[in-house]
Design a protein around this ligand. Structure first.
Ligand code: FPP
Length: 449
């Protein structure tokens, strides 16, 4: 349901706010020689960024002009690598070829202006690989230090991804340690690389506490939130990232898919186990017990992600550049909102849980300062705490994680509440003063009459 404050935020973000205006300077086409080539490469990269990224395009474009291209290219390079990793069709008969691409990417493909790849990925991602020369040409124009950061992270991520090819995190011996290693390879390293870029471009100082351990947690928090939210989409695509050692504790069969059994009735391709419980036929197979255990497993993974928040808050607290702060904070706030929306929510097993557009706009606009960000974390952690089922087997773990976030953010939440109270009181006070002034005037007139 649309709410007035969310509607206002959405409209303000679209038409009135300068919070996320673009700092990417795309030179006018028509300049001579190499400059014209660079201009059209930049136009392509900016366009493709908008198509392949749901959440990062806007926060990248608002970065300071000196580093927007570093981060844009960093994103596209990793997205291209991720497209190769993600394609379950193109390499289904030749996993070795997928591994070769992943490990060769940083040192053989990136920077080779003639290299491209056809037939891998879909839509805009496929186009990115087909026209990867544009990314390489702009990459070659970056300062050496920026190139080194991007190449190093791409090399390590490619190696980490290649290690996982054919290893299904939902199968085999996958445990929490392996889950953490995978999340480090695909997201924690991004945090490290971005931190190095901020420092290399002089926007954050290493001495000021740019810390790779905290940066790793920032990436893990985003990745783990995506993994638990995308349970159904991944399962339908033949992938499973929920660690086996966790879901086996909760499942009754050896199939992670039992949390989302296909049924003949409503709810899209897969109806949830919750629906099945109410279904006379499905219910015989999947009773209420399955629904409860699916939610218990989900809630355990939510708590596991929530435990990363203290590190994320510490990382954000140390940032000094407003645009870098916004770039880093907005995805984190979106993630805690998504986490709260997924918590104890049976819809995770029957569809995609999304936060409302208006709420997203409201969160983006509120990510300008640390106290505001902390207040949102406080709000979502409090909701998770309140909604924790009394009989959830992970209740102590969930409450401990939520309460730690609540404790760390309590002062900012109180301060924000006070500010809001003053803000809300101001119009009332102004009306009272105006009424008093008018009354005095008219009473004076009457008294004088
Ligand atoms: C220090 C610091 C800033 C750390 C953060 C590191 C970082 C950005 C990691 C990427 C993690 C991730 C899950 C990306 C895809 O998200 P998505 O699928 O929501 O994004 P998309 O919309 O672009 O596909």
């Amino acid at each position: 349901m649309a709410r007035v404050d969310e509607l206002f935020s959405a409209v303000w973000l679209k038409f009135g706010s300068r919070a996320l205006s673009s700092n990417l300077v795309v030179p006018k086409a028509g300049a001579a020689g190499a400059a014209a080539g660079a201009a059209s490469d930049l136009v392509f990269c900016d366009r493709i960024l908008g198509l392949v990224s749901r959440s990062f395009a806007a926060v990248i474009r608002q970065l300071p002009a000196e580093m927007v291209l570093d981060v844009l290219l960093f994103y596209l390079v990793l997205r291209a690598l991720d497209t190769i990793e993600d394609d379950m069709e193109a390499f289904k008969d030749d996993e070795a070829a997928k591994c070769r691409h992943l490990t060769a990417f940083a040192d053989s493909y990136l920077g080779d202006e003639a290299w491209s790849l056809d037939g891998v990925g879909e839509g805009a991602e496929r186009e990115l690989l087909q026209r990867f020369g544009a990314v390489s040409r702009l990459f070659n124009r970056l300062p050496a230090e920026s190139r080194e950061v991007i190449r190093d992270i791409t090399r390590r991520m490619g190696a980490g991804m290649a290690e996982q090819v054919g290893v299904d995190l939902g199968q085999g011996t996958a445990d929490l340690a392996m889950y953490n290693r995978y999340c480090h390879a695909v997201a924690g390293l991004v945090g490290e690389g971005l931190t190095r870029s901020f420092v290399a471009r002089g926007f954050e100082s290493a001495a000021g506490g740019a810390n790779y351990g905290l940066a790793n947690s920032m990436g893990l928090f985003l990745q783990k939130t995506n993994i638990l939210r995308d349970y159904l989409e991944d399962y339908v695509d033949g992938r499973a990232f929920w660690p086996q050692s966790v879901w086996r504790e909760f499942a009754r069969t050896s199939d992670l898919g039992e949390f989302a059994r296909p049924t003949a009735h409503g709810g899209g391709l897969y109806a949830s186990a919750f629906d099945a419980a109410a279904d006379p036929q499905g219910g015989a197979v999947i009773g209420k017990g399955t629904r409860t255990s699916a939610l218990a497993c989900l809630n355990f993974l939510v708590a596991d992600a929530l435990e990363l928040v203290p590190d994320s808050l510490e990382y954000l607290r140390r940032l000094r550049t407003p645009e870098v702060f916004r770039f880093s904070a907005i995805p984190q706030v979106m993630a805690i909102a998504t986490l709260e929306a997924c918590f104890d929510n049976p819809q995770v097993f029957s569809g995609v849980v999304k936060i409302r557009k208006g709420q997203a706009a409201q969160l983006i606009l509120a990510c300008g300062t640390m106290p505001a960000v902390e207040a949102w974390f406080h709000d979502f952690a409090t909701r998770i705490k309140r909604r924790t089922p009394a009989d959830d087997p992970s209740r102590p773990k969930i409450l401990a994680a939520a309460e730690e976030v609540i404790r760390l953010t309590a002062a900012s939440a109180a301060e924000q509440r006070q500010r809001a109270a003053v803000r809300n009181a101001l119009p009332a006070a102004a009306v009272a003063v105006a009424v008093a002034a008018l009354a005095t005037r008219y009473l004076g007139v009457f008294a004088g009459a």
